[in-house]
Structures are given as C-alpha cells and as structure tokens.
Ligand binder design. Structure first.
Ligand code: LMR
Length: 407
C-alpha cells in the first residue's frame, strides 16, 4: 500500500555535506505552524480551530479548578525538588493504573512509567520495539496524527499504511482495516487510537474493537494503543474499553497514555508508557530498557504536572472534582458536535463522532480560502477542533464552512 507524503525533514543525500550550514531546511510541523499563523492574524474575529486544545464556551482554556487546588497544595507542602529518578513519580503511575487499565490494574505483568507527555511515551515504546524486533513493520491507518509517522521513522521502523477512514462516506473503512491486519506478519505492530480518533473523530464501535482484537490476537500482532483523550469521548471507562479488551486477549500490549488533555495541563507534558508482556520478569526487563532509553533522551521526566495529578488521584474528594470537570469538558464537546451536525445534513456525521476532532469535506484550497476570507484557521486536511471556538462563534463558523462546501 502506498505511503502518504509525510510531514518530516528531507534527509541529506549530498555525501560532501559536512557542516551544520549544509543542513537542508525543515518543513515545519503543520499543526504547530498553525498556532503561529493564527496568533499572527490581527483580525479580532479570528477563529482558531487548529491545534487540539479544549476551549470552553467563552473560548478560553482555563486551568481546571481542581488543578489550581492541587498546585496550591503542592506549593504549600513540597519541601524539595531533588531528583526523583529515571521513572519520575512512581506513585503517579501507580495511582493512574485503575484509570488506564480498569479491571487489569492488578495484573503484575503490566508496568507503567511516567513520560513527558504521550509523545514521549510513543517514542519510548517504538524505540523498545525497534530494539526487540528491528524488522517489525508498523501498520498505520490513514489519516492519522501527523506526528505518528515522524516518531516511527525516528527509530527506523518500516511503516505500512492502510486506509482507516473513508472521507466520502464519513465512515471507518473497517473491511480494509481487517484486510491489512490479516496480511501482516506475526510480530508486526498495529498502532491504534484508544479513543477520540485524531484527526477523524471516527472511533471503532465496541463490536469492531472486538473483531479487530480477535484478528490481532490470532495473527500474533503487537498492538500499540495511543490513548491521549481518555474521558473526552464517552467516559473514562468507556474510552478505555478498547485497550482493556486487547489486554484481555493479547500477551503483549503497549500503550502510550496522556493526561495532558483530560487534566488540561498541555504544556506540563504529563504522560505514561504501559507495557504488558507474558511474564512479570520479561516486563521488568523490557521496562529496564525503557528506563535506559529515557535516561539517554531526557534523563527524567518533568515533575510538576505529574506531582499535581498524583495529589488529585490520591485524594478521593479532589478526584471526584476532577471527574466533574472532565465530564463538563466532554459534555461541551458533544454539545458542539450536535449543534454543528444540525446545520446541514452533510455534517450529520460530526454528531456521531467523538473527541475534539473531525474532518470537514473541504479541499485544501477551500481551507485556505476560509483562512483568507473569514480568519478561520484549521489544518490543511480539513481537520478542525470542534471545541476550538467560543459558543458565540459556532453559527458563523458553520455558515462559513457550509458556504465553502457549496462554493
Ligand atoms: C493535535 O493533534 O492538535 C495535538 O495533539 C497537538 C499536537 O501535538 O499535535
């Protein structure tokens, strides 16, 4: 299957090139570039539905109230900032176990470790795979988050793409997905979105998860679940169900989890990597490799965000408050989805999807025209953040999108 043009640097082919000045230009990351473009637009009525940060009805990304409380408590009680060690805050990972693993929390064959965001966990997980099985190929459903392919390329694993989503029908190409998994070799890796698929919002149904899981287990594939938006779709447990099904069916599973979004601590970079192998001993060995790799890359993860989440998860009252604030974020996401879907039958599918993102049926030219004419900033692919705009901007946004579709 063909490989989509990825957003990654062009590699040097000139063997004479030696100095830093000979480096070729790098094509900047499309999503991060969009933040800068939107910020530079002086028009007061601009709408930034580019990068994935939750915004409330007023268009702000406030710090959660419960996070402010935890930060205050940390400020009042923290007596040292001495090193914690390569695994970071071990209690943070321990407290997170039931949230991520559900009924598998007590399984000693599963270990988790703090990482700098979900991105750090993805990099560590793929590095571990490359170390164990450099010939493993990674099956990547397209479209996917633009940073997936560069991370996998970074550890020199081969990528095999398959079509995950059909833009014309707004549905998952499930038969094609299964076909690709059936054609894979044992030991190949399948990268899956745990929930709130980025960029399509099209999540597998429970039935599809079950069928896909059976194929993965039967074919001896290694599932790697990227779960960055737990709680933004249907609920914490519901959004973790796919991962948990894989943990039931497979001896080996890897997951990259992020708390950046569901605790709204984006810039604090709070993630974790989870490994399951067939035995406690092999999990310990695999984790030792992970820690060695982490030591080479960042030595230790940043503490602040994880320390605050540790405080929240360790206090039943604060945890309950977090759940209320998380539910409010989820409800806004789903309410905006329903509202946009009600505008035009062609946008119906948006009401049936989950998480912060959906793809609009727009060409790149139409996306650029929306930017020029209406100061509406979304990814060139037509991916938009459904909660990127304030309540007061939803009608204007949707009318402009429908106009663009008609024009
Ligand atoms: C996004 O997809 O917008 C976020 O995950 C931000 C990022 O790092 O790309």
């Amino acid at each position: 299957m063909t490989r989509e043009a990825a957003n990654r640097p062009v590699m040097l082919t000139d063997t004479k090139a030696r100095g830093l000045a000979d480096l070729p230009p790098v094509q900047s990351d499309s999503l991060l570039a969009l933040i800068a473009l939107a910020a530079a637009d002086p028009r007061a009525d601009k709408i930034d539905v580019g990068v994935g940060v939750f915004r409330d009805g007023a268009g702000n990304t406030p710090i959660l109230k419960v996070m402010k409380q935890a930060e205050q408590r940390l400020l009042d009680t923290q007596v040292t900032k001495a090193y914690l060690g390569g695994a970071g805050d071990k209690k943070y990972a321990e407290l997170l176990r039931p949230t991520v693993l559900g009924e598998h929390a007590a399984d000693a064959r599963i270990a988790g470790v703090q990482t700098p965001g979900g991105c750090g966990a993805l990099r560590l997980g793929f590095q571990l795979i490359a170390r164990a099985n450099p010939k493993a190929r990674v099956l990547l459903g397209t479209p996917t988050w633009p940073n997936h392919a560069p991370i996998i390329d970074g550890v020199a694993l081969e990528i095999v793409e398959y079509p995950y989503y059909d833009r014309s029908s707004g549905a998952i190409s499930f038969a094609k997905m299964l076909e690709a998994l059936e054609a894979a070799a044992p030991g190949d890796v399948v990268l899956l979105h745990g929930c709130c698929h980025n960029p399509t919002g099209a999540d597998l149904s429970d039935d599809q998860w079950e069928q896909m899981t059976q194929v993965v287990a039967r074919r001896g594939l290694l599932p790697f679940v990227d779960i960055a938006y737990q709680g933004f779709g249907r609920g914490l447990d519901e959004d973790g169900r796919g991962l948990r099904g894989l943990l039931t069916a497979c001896d080996e599973v890897i997951a990259a989890h992020s708390c950046d979004k569901n605790f709204s601590v984006y810039r604090d970079r709070v993630g974790s990597l989870w490994l399951k192998t067939a035995s406690e001993e092999s999990t310990r060995t695999a984790m030792a490799h992970v820690l060695q790799d982490a030591r080479e890359m960042w030595s230790m993860p940043p503490d602040h965000g994880a320390a605050c989440i540790h405080i929240i998860l360790d206090d039943s009252e604060l945890r309950a408050r977090w759940l209320v604030e998380l539910a409010a974020m989820r409800e806004r996401i789903n309410a905006v989805r329903r509202r946009i879907a009600s505008f035009d039958p062609r946008l119906d599918y948006i009401g049936r999807q989950f998480g912060m993102f959906s793809l609009l049926p727009l060409s790149r030219d139409q996306v650029l025209k929306l930017r020029e004419d209406h100061s509406i900033y979304m990814a060139d692919s037509g991916r938009f953040n459904v909660v990127g705009m304030a309540d007061g901007d939803i009608d204007r946004f949707t009318a402009a999108v429908v106009d663009a579709m008609d024009g």
